[in-house]
Design a protein around this ligand. Sequence first.
Ligand SMILES: C[S@@+](CC[C@H](N)C(=O)[O-])C[C@H]1O[C@@H](n2cnc3c(N)ncnc32)[C@H](O)[C@@H]1O
Length: 534
Amino acid sequence: MEVDRQWKMMQTEIERLRSCLSGVKERDFSEHSIYWGKKSQSVATAILNEFAQDGFRVIDPFLGSGSTIYGALNSQWNLDLIGTDVNEQPIHQAIFNLEHCEEKSISAASQLLKSFIDKNLGSYKYSDTKGREFVFQKARVNIVENMPVLQEIWLKDDESISAIDRNNPEFDNFEKQYRSKQASASWDIDLELPVNSRIAVKSGMKISNLYSPINFNILLELRELVATEPYLNGVLSSVLHLCKYTDKGSQSQFPFWYPKVDAYERNILDLIQKKHGAISRHVKSRRADSQVSQISSTYFLSQIPIQNLSSKFESKTFDLVITDPPYFDQVAYSEYLITWEFFTGSKVDLQNEIVESNRVDSNKNRERYLSDMTTGFKSLREVSKDNSLMFLYYKDARLGNIEAILRILAESGWKFKGQMHIDRRQFTYKQNASKRNTVEGDCLMVLEAQVSHEIPEPIKISPEDLVSRINELAHEYLAAHGASTLSTIYDNVLVPFLFSNGLLGKFKSPGDIVNILEEQFETSIETRKMHVRK
Ligand SMILES: C[S@@+](CC[C@H](N)C(=O)[O-])C[C@H]1O[C@@H](n2cnc3c(N)ncnc32)[C@H](O)[C@@H]1O
């Protein structure tokens, strides 16, 4: 088949990618920032070591936490790096990590922080009936009419931390102090949040609802302090998600969700001080093992929506793209970052954000997401050199969505060359024991900036012929490569075959394809590789 022949000719980039990423960690989080969907810096380093060269102009137009830039700065080449994002918080956080985490800023901030803490510590001071003093660590509360009702309190004296609940004779005393402190907090500034049921923002909900009154007050004071202090601004930014009410493990990914029962409230001064301490130690240890670097890459980071790249940069000047766009309705970045805008001043851009959202005051449906992605990737294509490569993270369990993305990329001048899943090194017992009907790990697609656009047209094929073609392709692949993981068969033959014949959307999920394969192939529990059923 012509399509298969073409596909085999295109293999080289994917093989190079697979080999340069072997052994590279899918996740590493070494910088001081909070972000959703952080990617690995080491992956960016490995890709650039393999595919770039000195002087390459590299762009990540969906910068997020900055993993591409950090990774690129560790590569062996002198690069010209550009990182852009529709929101300012990612840019500020990257600049914080790259420029403000240094000894001079840290020691200047230590003084300011100390006087801020001295001034505000009263809000967290408690005394027992014998007059002994304690400092509030955290509380477990139920929230009734926007006020926290104390269930358990953790207090620290010079020696230790004690958890005090209703069974403790001192509880009533502490509860009284807690109630009066919370009741005395008041403010004259607040913000009504845009309603979006998917991310737990109800009608009439205000930003102050996310915090205990004491904590909201302290945050408002910090807001003034960090307005002129970029280092402290960065520290606050990186702990802001922990300052709100959370569940026990502060696990929720939703910045606007909080439990009404058994919500936890923490000491913000402590959070800030601990983060500041961790950064100081990190910077000292970095200095201790620093070597003189030969690399002198430069970087430029700026708040620019991808749709506007072609009006900001000269056409055909970028040599390589590594990026990770928003995935349909998965994370409402700009909406999430409204909290950061409120306290740290980093501007959000709800208007230009690419997202599928059910925010009531917006019209960002699926079609709008796809049309904004098309405009964005066309703009990126204009500033990229012909035949340059783009490494794009994209994963969605719905194959109709993958098909739609690959089509808009083709329409925007980006030709799909293949994809690979980055292996997870370790699987949990549960994952190992379960049916292997998913492809695990992050997925990286490789695309090439095309001169002429080719958009695959769907071919006509009966369901039976489609099943037998899939089995044939898997047989051919296994005959050539020996037992292989599901993801290699899926990435190397099935997705390219299905996409280039307009058939990817015929399946709901990768699981449907696995079900076809499982008729004839089986997977070894030990190696997770598929072989022909005996
Ligand atoms: C999946 S995240 C990137 C995560 C990043 N790879 C990391 O390691 O942290 C997608 C980013 O796209 C940004 N974004 C959304 N719409 C955009 C647009 N129109 N132009 C540029 N960036 C946009 C979001 O603010 C978000 O930071």
